[in-house]
Ligand binder design. Sequence first.
Ligand SMILES: [Zn+2]
Length: 378
Amino acid sequence: DQSALDDLMDKLVALRHQVALNADFKNFRDYQFAALHRFDYGPQDCEAFHQSIREKVVPLTTKRLEKRRKEMGLETLRPYDLSVDPKNQPALSPFKTSDEFLEKSIQCLNRIDPSFGALLAVMGQDGYLDLDSRKGKAPGGFNYSLNESGIPFIYMNASGRHQDIETMIHEAGHAVHALIDAQHIDFTPARSTPAEVAEVASMGLELISMGAWDIFYPDPQDLKRAQIEKLEDILASLPAVAKVDSFQHWLYLNPDHTPETRAQKWMEIEDQYSSRLIDQTGYEDLRKIVWQRILHIFEVPFYYVEYGFAQLGAVALWRHYLQDPQKALEAYKSFMQYGYTLTIPELYEKAGIKFDFSPQYIGELMDFVEVQLQKLED
Ligand SMILES: [Zn+2]
């Protein structure tokens, strides 16, 4: 399907460029920033984010890969060496039944804040949860706000894996957010925040909850393993987001490109965000079209970088939490009261964090993550 998808992308780029011109924009990038209501940041902020990720995150992911290479006793890492447990351990198994899953999730949230656990308990009692995977059920997970009652609904596909814990806590973060803003804001359209903010509530709670994962993992080795993997996933996700965003900027600033120059540009960008430690020899043809797997590029152009911003916000929130749990939780709950009645930077400030993509700030956050990893691996 490579050439079919290339044709489709060519058509999309041309049409989108024309839409932008029709609306008196110079290019589709600038048009789409306006269409996505990005009032609080512009393309230059995204470029600063890309640059900081290259400077401050990529060296750290490279270090982690070098560690993996040694652990696996390999000369060079190949792409397929990245998605396995380096010590060849069986997958983590944090729970067996959905009752156990719910019970432990409630305990986990209670440890952070009893009101969070209480919300999940009520949702469980009153039928606001659909957790189990079953035949014929659509994949995915989400939290859905029910505006009248203020009690949200969580849908997911649990199957006893570690990822289920993160999904549950993630959606519980959205649920807490939905409940708190419903309690404080009557005008429904003013409640819903954009992903840059909403995902701080959910991704932030994932990180905060890590300290209570012993409820799922009584064995300290399992606990450490889950925590280390979580932090490594975060490190890997940031360059992945920056790469796709950077590529999209190029696509629409150069609407006359050909499939060949597009493939070339993708590889060039990939090189900037990937480690030289991964030997991709023999996969050159596949490397050129990896971007075609990313649905967002086709369907929701430019909607992607939000998750990188929010991930940084989540790390900052967690850092605050480890320094001063009580104050951090107050700030966490306080920013949710405002729904979307403040700007993104103002909401971040209420949450006790910064909306900042400077290499200084991102470097600080990455140093913090590295220290946490070192502590876990001591
Ligand atoms: Zn989310």
